[in-house]
Design a protein around this ligand. Structure first.
Ligand SMILES: Cc1ncc(COP(=O)(O)O)c(C=O)c1O
Length: 491
């Protein structure tokens, strides 16, 4: 005998219990966001600590969510690295702002899946609209068409799939194995997601060519030209070039206009990775840094990095969306609908079929802060980074290793008493001391073969006082590495 299908809502959690818990979660979230600055940024846990105190097997009978929430508070939260902390300066610091969090809550409640227009008319159209709003804020021409992906890694993969489609129209039918000579170029500072995309798309390591960078860590366009020419002479096929505006290590900016001209000359797809740096184009006085990106074929900008939107949210803008669609569109019978011509099917523009309603959180962010509010807040981050850069520049025991055009400063401790390897170790130790303090969190990078520290400013709650305290912590940590005198004006 089959059991009857329940239409009773209480076969899910009873709705009044849901309401009460939702209020409790909202209260917890507000308290957390209000007080996160007093928690240690980095937890003092070791690998395995968290799993070891949680049951290894799922419950046979359901448990109360009150118990799950108390484990969340007592076990999960103490094991978190707090990206929301105003002194989180690692990787690319970011903010899942209040408006973005509220949008995310609603998206979870709705749980719609915008595969095709019919499966979520509002989901589809709000994504189109929000992508277009952001395009306007970024100052990109209306020829760019945007879709929202989870991450920049997916966005760049999709962009390079379109590049492959443009270069090898037969690849869709014939596969890649006959066409082994394609080349994708990016600077030696490009993010690993670009190489990963090249590997995933069948270009192989030999099809991915990095181009050397100049003093500023920007792609050397004359080298790009000569590498392309040599490749053509040896029978290889240049397919795409990726320019980065805001590299991961130091936020270096590739010379996009020159690269765009080369891309046009040699008929290459130009993809711009502005995953982190892109939002700076909203600031009028920084727009010129992006000169030339408007003639790219595709651009990725991640609102979940430096535009106050909770992870995940990555915009892929494409000037040739029909090529992107050609690379990905497959419409199975069950997804054929009468609106297939009139309404867009977002599933056609990437690997994923199902998609979360990510547009709501970005829409809320853009509506709440508005253009001016965004400009004001991004400007503060840039100003704080410039202040830190100036302190580093005036301290003899520290050296800046790269320009700081946006909101990140890359620098290192130096001492004549230590050789190059010892200095690398010293910088690692300084980072560890700062991080162990629990007061601030920074990460490292390697520039021209040497270890450096990175301070990324992207949290809405970060103030001058937080950056100043970080500078003190750095100097206190450096005291152990030599005789560093703390300048009174920064203390
Ligand atoms: C320049 C750049 N591109 C791409 C990525 C990858 O981003 P995602 O985590 O969204 O895939 C990063 C990550 O920091 C990045 O810095």
């Amino acid at each position: 005998m089959t059991s009857p299908v329940s239409t009773d809502l209480s076969s899910d959690i009873p709705i009044e219990e849901f309401r009460a818990l939702a209020h409790e979660v909202a209260d917890w979230s507000a308290d957390y966001l209000g007080g996160v600055g007093s928690l240690p940024v980095l937890p003092s846990v070791r690998p395995g600590d968290i799993r070891s105190v949680l049951p290894a097997t799922p419950p046979v009978q359901g448990e109360s969510l009150t118990d799950a929430l108390s484990d969340f508070r007592d076990v999960i939260v103490p094991g978190l690295t707090h990206w929301n902390h105003p002194s989180f300066f690692g990787y690319f610091a970011m903010t899942g702002s209040g408006p973005g969090i509220l949008g995310e809550m609603l998206a979870a409640a709705l749980n719609v899946n915008a595969m095709v227009w019919r499966s979520s008319p509002s989901g589809t159209e709000l994504e189109e609209l929000t992508a277009d709003w952001l395009r306007q804020l970024l100052g990109l021409p209306s020829s760019f068409d945007g879709v929202i992906n989870d991450t920049a890694s997916s966005s760049s993969l999709h962009a390079l799939a379109a590049a492959r489609e443009a270069a090898y129209p037969d690849v869709r039918n014939e596969g890649m194995f006959q066409q082994v000579h394609g080349r994708i170029y990016a600077s030696e500072e490009a993010h690993s997601s670009i190489e990963k995309a090249a590997l995933t798309l069948g270009f192989g390591r030999s099809g991915y060519q990095t181009i050397r960078t100049d003093e500023q860590l920007s792609m050397c366009s004359s080298t790009l030209r000569s590498v392309i020419q040599e490749d053509i002479a040896s029978g290889l096929k240049p397919v795409a070039v990726v320019a980065t505006l805001g590299t991961t290590s130091t936020t270096a900016l590739d010379p996009v206009r020159k690269i765009a001209e080369l891309a046009q000359e040699f008929d290459l797809w130009l993809h711009v990775d502005a995953a982190y740096g892109g939002p700076a184009a909203i600031i009028p006085e920084l727009r010129e840094l992006f000169d030339g990106w408007e003639i790219a074929d595709s651009i990725v900008v991640n609102p979940h990095k430096w535009l106050f939107t909770p992870v995940d949210c990555s915009l892929l803008y494409c000037r040739r969306p029909e090529v992107l669609k050609r690379a990905f569109s497959i419409v199975p019978e069950y997804l054929r609908t009468p609106e297939i011509e009139a309404g867009r099917s977002l599933m056609d523009y990437g690997v994923a079929l199902g998609r979360r309603f990510r547009a709501i959180k970005l829409w809320f962010v853009l509506r709440y802060f508005g253009q001016q509010g965004i400009i004001d807040r991004l400007r503060i981050h840039v100003e704080l980074a410039q202040a830190l850069a100036s302190w580093v520049d005036s301290a003899p025991e520290w050296e800046r290793v790269a320009p700081a055009p946006l909101s990140l400063v890359a620098f290192r401790f130096i001492s004549e008493k230590l050789d190059a390897d010892a200095l690398d170790d010293a910088n690692h130790r300084i980072m560890d001391r700062v991080n162990e303090s629990g007061e601030a969190f920074i990460t490292h990078t390697v520039v021209r073969g040497r270890t450096c520290l990175r301070v990324s400013i992207g949290n809405l709650k970060t103030t001058h006082a937080h950056v100043q305290r970080l500078w003190e912590l750095l100097q206190e940590a450096a005291v152990h590495e030599g005789k560093v005198v703390l300048p009174p004006e920064v203390l």
